[in-house]
Design a protein around this ligand. Structure first.
Ligand SMILES: CC(C)(COP(=O)(O)OP(=O)(O)OC[C@H]1O[C@@H](n2cnc3c(N)ncnc32)[C@H](O)[C@@H]1OP(=O)(O)O)[C@@H](O)C(=O)NCCC(=O)NCCS
Length: 167
């Protein structure tokens, strides 16, 4: 995702309903302001890749951005945690998420030189849990009271993992 496109991710969260955010375990009160969020991306995009705090990918179909993924909690050369979102409900549940998660994982392994890639959805959010399994991730555990990232509150979460492909 280009820096000029990060507004898509920021707007996705800021413009979502409370119900939609809750389904993903996100607390509106924890969202940075749009301005602060953009400024933090400007700083992060200026860093060399091995020092990045996050890494964003746009999911494109027919030259249109239909979704995005981000990786955070990055330990370059070791591990990171990925997130997955398709923007419009009409585009969900047709196999796109699985295809994009596979492509995103390949990009994270390559660009961040990872050994492991994790993803931790809300345990009751069926779509990402099924999608991660379908994309080849292995189930690790469910914990009742975890915080996945800075915009999440403590909640039941699952952990999924994908190992780096053999070189
Ligand atoms: C999560 C998401 C990216 C998955 O993409 P998608 O294109 O809908 O997924 P796919 O069509 O590739 O489906 C993959 C699997 O998930 C299942 N699935 C997808 N949406 C589902 C839903 N709402 N309810 C139940 N199962 C669902 C599919 O049936 C399929 O399961 P299978 O492998 O058992 O057949 C997308 O649904 C989304 O953006 N959801 C809203 C945002 C969100 O919750 N993100 C996760 C935050 S952690």
């Amino acid at each position: 995702m280009q820096l000029a496109e990060v507004g898509i991710r920021i707007g996705y969260f800021h413009e979502a309903s409370d119900d939609y955010l809750r389904g993903m375990g996100v607390d509106r009160a924890l969202l940075p302001s749009r301005e602060a969020w953009r400024a933090s991306y400007e700083a992060d995009y200026a860093r060399p890749v091995h020092e990045r705090e996050s890494y964003l990918l746009a999911w494109e179909m027919d030259d249109e951005i239909v979704g995005f993924s981000s990786a955070d909690q990055i330990t370059f050369g070791e591990e990171a945690f990925m997130h997955l979102h398709i923007l419009h409900p009409d585009h969900r549940r047709s196999g796109m998420g699985t295809a994009f998660v596979r492509q995103s994982a390949a990009a994270y392994f390559r660009e961040l030189e990872l050994q492991h890639l994790y993803s931790q959805p809300n345990a009751f959010n069926v779509a990402p849990n099924r999608t991660l399994r379908r994309a080849g991730f292995r189930y690790v555990f469910t914990r009742p009271d975890m915080v996945a990232s800075t915009i999440n509150y403590p909640q039941p979460m699952t952990r999924w993992v994908l190992q780096a492909p053999p070189t």
